[in-house]
Design a binder for this molecule. Structure first.
Ligand code: KG4
Ligand code: ZN
Length: 353
């Protein structure tokens, strides 16, 4: 089964062709980072305008690199949420127009499910039926949560951030440090050679125990990053000289606090569920410090670790085509791409006890 995937939920315009939900024949990604950098974050109007120009380019590139014709494509899969509505609409309209011209079905894909499918783009990964249940640490710029993947299309939310997402926390921290955008990679670079123990930043609700959040999640598997950001702000106010003398130490300490918080909650979730496989997906999964901490954790708890291949951590369309392909092949099926839903959840609230 060949699926053409299209992704435009935020600031990456991407198209890809994936065979049977696993084998990437092509993956074209056009990043708009340079256009948003002067503003320190994604500007929705700029993003949607650039998607309009970039979409035909990435689709042509993906088709050409895959060396296939439209006849061989079985379906078009497009992210229909969550994300910026003006960005989602560009991908959705483009996919539906392509569907009309080619007569192919157009399926709607949940962006969060696509990130999860990204782990199966590792040729070494076992098929989902063998790998599941998998405990998934999902860490991106817009979302941070811990999800139990029971099988393709069936997920249970175990924990989530109570305020900022991990990537958002890195983006805001980099802004305070004057390091630029996006925060994750610039902090990782600035932290090289720095002392991660220079400042002991808070790990956010480190000691919260035996409590449920308003939506019934176990507090021990939830994250909070807003205190960390404030701690950095105060540190910079109280020690302005550190900007010149200790930038690498500050970046390393901040990065350490974010990754420690994530690994700590992942460990609690592993203990609570007794899961045998841990996975990490989303843009922040690219981070070497986090990958190292999760490797150590998996070794300590005798769990298998599935890290998303680096090329498919940040937004791309291969993961979108993979999610659709895995659903189709496992008999779950895909919904038609009808409209954009900026706050589409991975798990409907009533499904999550
Ligand atoms: O998954 P993604 O591309 O977009 C969303 O769905 O949000 O994730 C983007 C996030 C950004 O916040 C960025 O700072 C972070 O991923 N990121 C990283 C790294 N590369 C990207 N965070 C930590 N280390 C990295 N190397
Ligand atoms: Zn994403």
């Amino acid at each position: 089964m060949l699926v053409l995937g299209i992704e435009s939920s935020c600031d990456e315009t991407a198209a890809a062709v994936v065979r049977d939900g696993r084998e990437v024949l092509s993956s074209a990604v056009n990043s708009q980072i340079a256009s948003h950098r002067p503003y320190g974050g994604v500007v929705p109007e700029i993003a949607s305008r650039e998607h309009v120009g970039n979409l035909p380019v990435v689709v042509s590139e993906a088709m050409a690199c895959a060396k296939i014709g439209w006849r061989e494509v079985d379906a078009i899969a497009v992210t229909h949420g969550p994300g910026l509505v003006s960005s989602l609409l560009v991908g959705l309209s483009g996919a539906r127009a392509l569907g009309q011209v080619t007569g192919k079905p157009v399926w709607g894909v949940n962006h969060l499910e696509a990130h999860i499918a990204g782990m199966f783009l590792d040729p070494e990964a076992p098929p989902p039926a063998e790998a599941c249940p998998v405990l998934v640490l999902m860490v991106s710029g817009g979302h941070s949560c811990i999800v139990d993947m029971l099988r393709v299309g069936e997920y249970r939310l175990l924990g989530q951030t109570l305020d900022d997402a991990a990537g958002e926390c890195l983006d805001k921290g980099a802004n305070l440090l004057g390091l630029g955008y996006p925060g994750g990679p610039v902090i990782e670079r600035a932290a090289q050679g720095g002392d991660p123990a220079y400042v002991k930043f808070p790990r956010g609700m480190e000691h919260a125990k035996n409590r449920k959040t308003d939506n019934g999640l176990d507090i021990e598997m939830c994250f909070s990053f807003s205190g960390l950001k404030t701690a950095l702000l105060y540190h910079l106010r109280n020690h302005p000289e550190d900007r010149d003398r200790h930038m690498a130490d500050l970046a390393a300490s901040y990065q350490e606090a974010v990754m420690d918080s994530l690994a700590m909650r992942a460990e609690r979730a592993l203990k609570a569920t007794g899961a045998h496989t841990l996975a990490c997906v989303g843009g922040v999964a690219k981070n070497a410090v986090l990958r190292g901490k999760l490797e150590a954790l998996a070794r300590r708890r005798h769990a298998r670790l599935r890290l998303t291949p680096l090329a498919y951590c940040t937004d791309n369309a291969a993961m979108v085509a993979a999610a659709a392909g895995l659903r189709a092949l496992s008999g779950v099926g895909n919904p038609p791409a009808v409209e954009a839903d900026p706050s589409l959840p991975l798990v409907e609230e009533e499904q999550n006890p």
